[in-house]
Write a protein that binds this ligand. Structure first.
Ligand SMILES: [Zn+2]
Length: 172
């Protein structure tokens, strides 16, 4: 019987991977799983880069990350002030990578690019003090009468929630 070496175990552990892609499909990426970590980023730069309340990233060791298709179609934006680089698909604009100079061996990839499991739950938050008051935090939702598929947060009498009131003038 063949002895299982540490190298064999390492190979077996790194054989699993998960792939992701941009909206138009021109760029495809892959990381070996499990990812290093997963986190929510609430900072202003990330909100703008994604056009969203916050972005959820999967952090991967750079050596465990690959562009498997369309690397020529990736455009980069370097923010000289912060030393960060954001890459996106030149065709459809999907954010692909967020790299920070102080973490040269890591790449951060939007969790949403992957349909499969990455091996990490996003349990960490960065810049939580910048959480926006319009971020959906799981409040109870009910169907909006007359608009199938639309649900909404019913107004509450709780004065602390006043600023999150209903849409003025109705939907949309
Ligand atoms: Zn694309």
């Amino acid at each position: 019987m063949k002895k299982v070496t540490l190298a064999d175990k390492t190979r077996a552990a790194s054989a699993e991977s998960v792939s992701g892609q941009c909206l138009c499909g021109a760029v495809e990426i892959e990381i070996e799983t499990p990812a290093r970590w997963a986190w929510h980023d609430h900072c202003g730069a990330t909100r703008r880069a994604h056009g969203a309340a916050y972005a959820t990233y999967v952090g991967s060791w750079r050596k465990r990350f690959r562009v498997t298709r369309g690397s020529a179609g990736i455009t980069r934006f370097k923010d000289e002030a912060t030393g960060t680089t954001r890459s996106f698909c030149a065709r459809c604009g999907t954010p692909l990578l967020y790299e920070r100079a102080r973490s040269a061996h890591m790449v951060n990839i939007p969790r949403a690019l992957f349909t499969g499991r990455t091996g990490r739950e996003p349990r960490y938050h960065v810049a939580i003090d910048e959480l926006q008051d319009w971020t959906y935090l799981g409040q109870p939702l009910v169907p909006l009468k007359g608009f199938p598929g639309v649900v909404w947060e019913r107004p509450t009498r709780n004065p602390t929630r006043k600023k999150r009131g209903p849409l003025s003038g109705g939907w949309p």
